[in-house]
Design a protein around this ligand. Structure first.
Ligand code: MSP
Length: 486
């Protein structure tokens, strides 16, 4: 048994969750469930990034003058969505919490003690969308290419972090631990960025009021990214001694847009504070929706909560992880979602379970009897999980699902019922044994479905109370798989 600490980014709360956020969080959940199932002790961290200027702007836009109250409402909304998606996080870190502030101050003290903080003047451009300083050469027609807004010109006295000091140590670390930044394309990007030279960064703001006050300087708040990255330590229990039980994190999942924060600034901060670096930071790709960038202004963001109400949470989990290679960009398409739902979930898996239960009811009076332990060789499943190739792992499981449907079609239990009842029983028992193996394999991905299949065939008797796993989508043209005939 080993420990497994997995994290997702903490999301900004200027808006509701969309499927891009859900994607990363579902992936982390699958891994957390998979490792718990293997007997590991798991810490799965989720949370929200509250101390951003965008929180203030969003609260104002919502007509809420009490920013903390706005944050509290958003915290509830995010947690509600994660619950609907079956996300089994162990801790939900909020950066306005007292325990997080305590962790931030303890961390800052360690960085200060290392001699890595000094006061200086920052003059430059700041993009509120990115919550980051931007360079004039990165702008397109004077606006931030990601947010299409004009950055603000800032001149402030700030506290700086000596990031430049960690240029060589970071390169050395990545060289010695190529698994630190994954996939390798992102590692090359991070290395190239560091090699271009690291400047020290400003880690406080005097123009902002909302945020964690700089210790001993009430005129400054801590820069939101510096505070946000520390959330991972807060979640692990820092600065309590026991935090060593969970830190370093084994896997930190992030989107590709924030890989520099996690592959450069974050490890430098940890080095400065004398703390261990996460073993792996893995960057996943970006979704578009029906070919278009997800954007608040276009109003095309898909609310994962609505999707779960329409299709059930397991269907959302399945589509997102089966359809796209983790680490690659993907296009979320409603049409594809329905096709995958109908073909893989309703027709293949749902129908397999339903027809098996129906046949046992019909031919064996609902009695399954003793089911032999059965285990197919799903050789690619484990390595695929270890490499976070969820699409592949699910592909392997579906080979089993398809194989079982073919087995039933070939054996024709509805004919065996007339010609060879003992063999009929053998066939159905064999199918149930394989379904119970499927229950195990599917558990991390489709927790509800997996539990329903187990309940259908529990205790040697078919339980018909469980109901249909994936109801057919009415407006869709569905070709049914062969049902038992009388
Ligand atoms: N608050 C910071 C993270 C701090 S972590 C210490 C942040 N928040 S965010 O809400 O803007 O984005 C969080 C994550 O959502 C990022 O990993 C980002 O990649 C991901 N996504 C945002 N839009 C996305 C898509 N369209 N597709 C996939 N993931 C996307 O950044």
């Amino acid at each position: 048994m080993s420990k497994f600490t997995v994290t997702t980014p903490i999301y900004y709360i200027n808006d509701q969750p969309h499927i891009g956020h859900a994607y990363c969080t579902i992936a982390a959940d699958v891994l957390a469930r998979y490792r718990r199932q293997s007997g590991d002790s798991v810490l799965f961290l989720a949370g929200i990034d509250e101390n951003a200027q965008k929180t203030v702007n969003a609260a104002e836009a919502a007509g809420q003058s009490d920013i903390q109250a706005y944050s509290d409402t958003m915290a509830e909304n995010w947690q509600k969505t994660w619950t609907a998606l079956g996300i089994s996080y162990d801790r939900f870190v909020r950066t306005t919490s007292a325990e997080h502030k305590k962790a931030v101050y303890a961390f800052l003290e360690a960085v200060q003690a290392a001699g890595d903080i000094y006061k200086g003047t920052y003059e430059g451009l700041y993009c509120v969308g990115c919550e980051a300083f931007v360079k004039a050469e990165d702008l397109v027609d004077g606006v931030c290419p990601d947010h299409k807004t004009k950055p603000e010109q800032l001149k402030e006295e700030n506290y700086f972090f000596k990031l430049s000091r960690y240029q060589q140590p970071l390169l050395d670390h990545i060289k010695a631990h190529p698994e630190f930044v994954q996939p390798s394309s992102r590692r090359h990007e991070v290395v190239a960025f560091i090699e271009r030279g690291l400047d020290d960064i400003s880690i406080s703001r005097s123009a902002q009021k909302w945020g964690i006050t700089w210790p001993g300087d009430p005129d400054q708040v801590i820069y939101v990214w510096f505070d946000a990255l520390i959330n991972y330590l807060t979640g692990a229990g820092y600065p309590k001694g026991s935090f060593g039980d969970w830190w370093p994190a084994d896997l930190q999942l992030v989107g590709k847009d924030i890989i520099k924060f996690h592959g450069v600034i974050w490890p430098a901060m940890l080095m400065s504070a004398g703390l261990a670096l996460p073993k792996t930071v893995f960057a996943h790709g970006f979704f578009t929706i029906d070919g278009t960038k997800i954007s608040k202004s276009l109003g095309n963001a898909i609310d994962p909560l609505e999707l779960t109400l329409e299709y059930g949470n397991d269907a959302v989990r399945y589509y997102l992880l089966r359809e796209f290679g983790f680490g690659h960009d993907g296009d979320f398409s409603h049409e594809r979602f329905k096709t995958v739902y109908t073909a893989d979930l309703a027709n293949e898996l749902g129908n397999l379970v339903q027809r098996t239960a129906a046949m046992i009811n019909k031919y064996l009076d609902g009695q399954i009897g003793n089911v032999p332990a059965h285990s197919h060789d799903v050789g690619e499943f484990k390595p695929a999980m270890a490499e976070l190739r969820f699409d592949r792992a699910l592909g392997e499981v579906w080979e089993l699902v398809k194989g079982l449907n073919q087995y039933i079609d070939a054996e024709k239990p509805w004919e065996l019922a007339k010609t060879d009842p003992p063999h009929l029983k053998e066939v159905l028992t064999h199918v149930v044994a394989d379904l119970l193996q499927l229950v195990e394999l599917l558990l991390p991905f489709l927790p509800e479905t997996s539990q329903k299949i187990a309940a259908t065939f529990a205790d040697g008797v078919v339980n018909t109370q469980v109901g249909i796993l994936f109801p057919k989508l009415e407006e869709f043209d569905v070709t049914p798989v062969e049902q038992p005939k009388s």
